[in-house]
Design a protein around this ligand. Sequence first.
Ligand code: HEM
Length: 202
Amino acid sequence: MAEKLYLYPLWLRVWHGINALLIIALIVTGISLQYSNTQFMIIPFDLSVSYHNISGIIVSVNYLLFFIANFISGNIRFYRISLKGLFQQLIRQSMYYLSGMFKGESSPYPVTADRKFNPLQKVAYIVVMYVFMPLVIISGIALLFPETIVPRVFGFSGIHLTALLHSAVGFGISLFLIIHVYISTTGKPISRNFKSIMTGWH
Ligand code: HEM
């Protein structure tokens, strides 16, 4: 029997649960806003706008709490990365996900008390939490207060460019979510990682 590790403290689980539910709400309302026209609406336009704005504000405050708590609690140490040998580590982990895993090989970077994430997870979490989330939040706040946006940038409308950035990063987060949930199912048994993020124990 493998050692039991307490890797997901309560604050992290609460942050993650709120974040997961609201990001799904943001994706659904965001797609509805993007593809609505006067003939076809997935969700009535005014409702989508309200749900999207409210969810966005809660996700932003929740993110700020995650950002602070991640430093204070020391959980940030699991996100530290060394560029030396990183490329080889990413290839090794990718080969495991693409082939080794299906042949019953064991994970090249198993979870330990000092290593919660494998190298691919680390890079994905750093990009999503420290690049995508700040970008989508800042561009979202700017779109909530469009008077703060520079009117023209190199001849293009500043609002359009901000909206383009917001949707592109939102698309990136949606893509991350699909891969993230799939990768979460690769535990043995399939439910293992989902139980961890709910109980805290790996
Ligand atoms: C249905 C939605 C989701 C499910 C089922 C889910 C599932 C999981 C699971 C099982 C874990 C623990 C395993 C691991 O560390 O990889 C985890 C951790 C994590 N998830 Fe999710 N997730 C969801 C949505 C999201 C979203 C929307 C984000 C960010 C935009 C996110 C970011 C993270 C991060 C950063 C961790 C690591 C937290 C830490 O330990 O510091 N997740 N998730």
